[in-house]
Design a protein around this ligand. Structure first.
Ligand code: IPE
Ligand code: IPE
Ligand code: MG
Length: 240
């Protein structure tokens, strides 16, 4: 997280913000390529932007934020790119752990993170443990995360218990996101208009926002613009 005061757009109603915002941070690679830089420079810039946007979400008073950091399909990328992403995330978590505690921000993870390299697993375990009693804000990092993988895991847990689930809430409790509400608002950057296996169960009634801006360039102002759009929506949940 980084400190920095950002002006609030006068059209943004701070009393009607989403409880949970989820972001598919896409376009790091293209951001770098367009500048003649290696893709991993895009991931580095993406991580710097992640810090900035987390701070802004926190400053606005939004309670929960999920960021799609690495998908179960991203293992298909070249090894040096994957290693680069993991190193960037590890360094970020190690460097900012104390700041999260000071700000009352709890870090949680969605995804099979134990399969990540051991130095990253330790960084995650350390920050999750350190921030476990923080209650002001919850940051959910989706890392080695896939929506179908998560659902399959839930189904297998249910089978192990051996009796039918009573309702949808009972199934929600078997997912990584058991302790947090479903996302109200999902943003995807970079112009792609797809879900790419993100929070399939939880997004049943989320509002979506797509922007062409590549993730490293997605600014607090862009975030406010998206939130103003969200506030213009009428969420019906099947009702009239
Ligand atoms: C998103 O940016 C970050 C991860 C998937 C880890 P990309 O790396 O997918 O960037 P593009 O889509 O290739 O531009
Ligand atoms: C989705 O982006 C995953 C993350 C942002 C971590 P991708 O770049 O992997 O998605 P596709 O492959 O374009 O669908
Ligand atoms: Mg991409």
């Amino acid at each position: 997280m980084t400190d920095g005061k950002v002006r609030i757009n006068k059209h943004l109603d701070l009393s009607r913000l989403p409880t949970h915002i989820a972001i598919i941070m896409d376009g790091n690679g293209r951001w770098a390529t367009r500048r003649g830089l290696p893709r991993n420079m895009g991931h580095k810039a993406g991580c710097e932007n992640l810090k900035k946007i987390i701070q802004h979400i926190y400053d606005l008073g939004i309670r929960y934020a999920t960021f799609f950091t690495f998908s179960t399909e991203n293992w298909k990328r070249p090894k040096d790119e994957i290693d680069g992403i993991f190193n960037i995330v590890r360094d970020y978590l190690n460097e900012d752990a104390e700041q999260f505690v000071e700000k009352g921000a709890k870090i949680m993870v969605s995804g099979d993170y134990k399969k990540l390299p051991s130095d990253l697993v330790s960084a995650i375990d350390n920050i999750v443990e350190k921030t476990k009693n923080c209650e002001k804000f919850t940051l959910n990092l989706a890392i080695n995360y896939g929506g179908r993988d998560e659902i399959l895991r839930g189904v297998n847990q249910a089978i192990e218990v051996g009796k039918p689930l009573n309702n949808q809430e009972d199934f929600s409790k078997l997912l990584y996101s058991a302790d947090i509400p479903d996302p109200d608002f999902v943003i995807r950057t970079s112009g792609e208009m797809r879900v790419s296996n993100f929070m399939l169960w939880q997004m049943a009634y989320s509002e979506f926002y797509f922007t062409k801006v590549y993730w490293p360039s997605f600014s607090p102002r862009d975030l406010q613009k998206a939130l103003i759009d969200y506030q213009g929506r009428k969420r019906r949940f099947g009702k009239i």
